[in-house]
Every structure is written in structure tokens, then in C-alpha cells.
Design a protein around this ligand. Structure first.
Ligand code: HEC
Ligand code: HEC
Ligand code: HEC
Length: 89
């Protein structure tokens, strides 16, 4: 039974892996960050975040997030740059 459930879970995971969720929540001790992928990808080129080639998983960590997310918001003078505007308790 466990094996069957695991197989089903794996199949589902593979089936959705090529699609991005509308929103992604990055857990953080100082307040989780909600990223609206749908809104961002509607206005911005995929390669700005995913780089060249077919968009795939981005390994996220604190430094990467702050450079990528905050960096673009600062550069474009749009989007949150204050801690509490991204990190919501
Ligand atoms: C503003 C940055 C940004 C833009 C622009 C963007 N993405 Fe993403 N994308 C992300 C982040 C962050 C994630 C979530 C982290 C992760 O799982 O890679 C993600 C996840 C994904 C995933 C899921 C990857 C996986 O295997 O879990 C796909 C597919 C994807 N994006 C496709 C696209 C496409 C296609 C476009 C252009 C139409 C696009 N993205 C534009 C930041 C962006
Ligand atoms: C543009 C959005 C944004 C802003 C602004 C921002 N952060 Fe973050 N921060 C993130 C994201 C996204 C992550 C999660 C990265 C990950 O998944 O590892 C993160 C991760 C962190 C973490 C790691 C949390 C953990 O549980 O490991 C700390 C600490 C942190 N940020 C502090 C700050 C502080 C302090 C500020 C203000 C000076 C700030 N952040 C501003 C988006 C932001
Ligand atoms: C390449 C540029 C770019 C990158 C990278 C980017 N953003 Fe943004 N973001 C924007 C812009 C532009 C806006 C303002 C959109 C508007 O006001 O219509 C915005 C708005 C937002 C907002 C406020 C509106 C909303 O959707 O709730 C949040 C929160 C946010 N971004 C989080 C993030 C996080 C977290 C990341 C990294 C995972 C990120 N952004 C990466 C350009 C970017």
C-alpha cells in the first residue's frame, strides 16, 4: 500500500514539475515571503530570473533571494525593498 501511494505521489510530482505555481511561499523565520509567480512572469522575461534556456528550478537561499528579488525591485524602483514588505508574520 505504501509503495502504491509513493508511486502515485511520484507520478503527480513529475506531472506538475514542468509548471510553475501561481504563488510560491518561501518559509523564513522572520516571516514567510509570498512570491506571485503569475504576476511576475506576466510582466518580466523568464530569463531575468531563470537565466538562459528552458526555465527550471531556482535554488533559493537568503543571499540569492536578496540579490535577485530585492536587487530588481531596487533597480526598477518597483516592488518591496523593506524587510517587512516581503517578510510577513
Ligand atoms: C521575477 C522572477 C521570475 C520570473 C520573471 C519568472 N520566474 Fe519562474 N520561478 C521563479 C521562482 C522564484 C520560482 C520558484 C522557485 C523554484 O522552484 O524554482 C519559479 C519557478 C518556476 C517553475 C517551476 C520550476 C520547478 O521545477 O519547480 C517554472 C516551470 C517556471 N518558473 C517557469 C517560468 C516561465 C516560463 C517564465 C516566463 C514566462 C518565468 N518562470 C518567469 C522566478 C521567476
Ligand atoms: C524582495 C523581498 C525581500 C526583502 C525586501 C527582504 N527579504 Fe529576506 N528573504 C526573502 C526571501 C524570498 C527569502 C527566502 C529565501 C529562501 O527560500 O531561502 C528571505 C530570507 C531571509 C532570511 C532567512 C530566514 C530563514 O529562516 O532562514 C532572513 C534572516 C532574512 N531574509 C532577513 C531579511 C531582512 C533583515 C531584510 C531587510 C533588511 C529582508 N530579509 C528583506 C525576501 C526578501
Ligand atoms: C526582474 C525583476 C524582479 C524580480 C527578480 C523580482 N521582482 Fe518582485 N516585483 C517586480 C516588480 C516590477 C514589481 C511591481 C509590480 C507592480 O507594482 O505592478 C514587483 C512586486 C513584488 C511584490 C509586491 C506585489 C505582489 O506581487 O505581492 C512582491 C511581494 C514581490 N515583488 C516579491 C518578489 C520576490 C519574493 C522575488 C524573488 C523570489 C521577486 N519579487 C523578484 C520585479 C521583480
Amino acid at each position: 500500500m505504501d509503495k502504491i501511494l509513493a508511486a502515485i505521489a511520484l507520478t503527480l510530482a513529475c506531472a506538475v514539475s514542468a509548471f510553475a505555481a501561481d504563488t510560491v511561499v518561501f518559509p523564513a523565520k522572520n516571516g514567510n515571503v509570498t512570491f506571485n509567480h503569475k504576476a511576475h512572469s506576466a510582466k518580466l522575461e523568464c530569463k531575468l530570473c531563470h537565466g538562459a534556456g528552458a526555465p527550471s528550478k531556482i535554488e533559493m537561499n537568503r543571499d540569492k533571494a536578496h540579490v535577485l528579488c530585492k536587487g530588481c525591485h531596487t533597480e526598477k524602483k518597483a516592488g518591496p525593498t523593506k524587510c517587512g514588505d516581503c517578510h510577513k508574520k
